[in-house]
Design a protein around this ligand. Structure first.
Ligand code: THU
Length: 149
């Protein structure tokens, strides 16, 4: 597996996916970092599944928005078909540069992507810029389910 088809989505779908991520970010439970993140996953059938970060009084147990979204997707029975991901962060923190998924989230996203043989587009949203990359660019030479089969 690997080198799945390049994903392209229309400007309208892209905007809707980013809006869904922003909306999800409003439900973030982030009282410790006050850094609210939203993620939205677009599947090939048009479904959108969102997540937001969930922190914990035991700080190191925080779950990122992308991981929550992927967990929800697995919980709904999805095992592939991931076409695109949008990630949004707070606009009042940092330098406004696009937020990119953390290393663990890249690996978590890779699981569902590789299962379905796709290389999803990742929309990393900043204040004035959207960085469009593929998951394989964020996580080259990924270890995944194919290695275990
Ligand atoms: N966070 C995410 O939800 N996604 C990322 O890609 C980066 C970081 C969360 C984890 C933590 O709750 C807060 O942002 C600050 O690191």
């Amino acid at each position: 597996m690997g080198g799945g088809a390049k994903m392209n989505i229309s400007a309208d779908i892209e905007t809707a996916l980013i809006d869904a991520a922003k909306e999800a970010g409003r439900h973030a439970y982030a009282p410790y970092s006050d850094y609210h993140v939203g993620a939205a996953l677009l599947f090939e059938d048009g479904a959108v599944i969102t997540g937001s970060n969930v922190e914990n009084a035991s700080y190191g147990l925080a779950l990122c928005a992308e991981t929550v979204a992927v967990s929800r997707a697995f919980g709904e029975g999805r095992r592939g078909g991931l076409k695109a991901v949008a990630v949004t962060g707070p606009t009042d923190k940092g330098d406004g540069s696009p937020i990119t998924p953390c290393g663990r989230c890249r690996q978590v996203l890779n699981e569902i992507a590789q299962l379905g043989g796709t290389d999803p587009l990742v929309l990393c949203v900043g204040s004035d810029e959207i960085r469009r990359v593929t998951l394989s660019e964020l996580l080259p030479h990924a270890f995944g389910p194919a290695h275990l089969s």
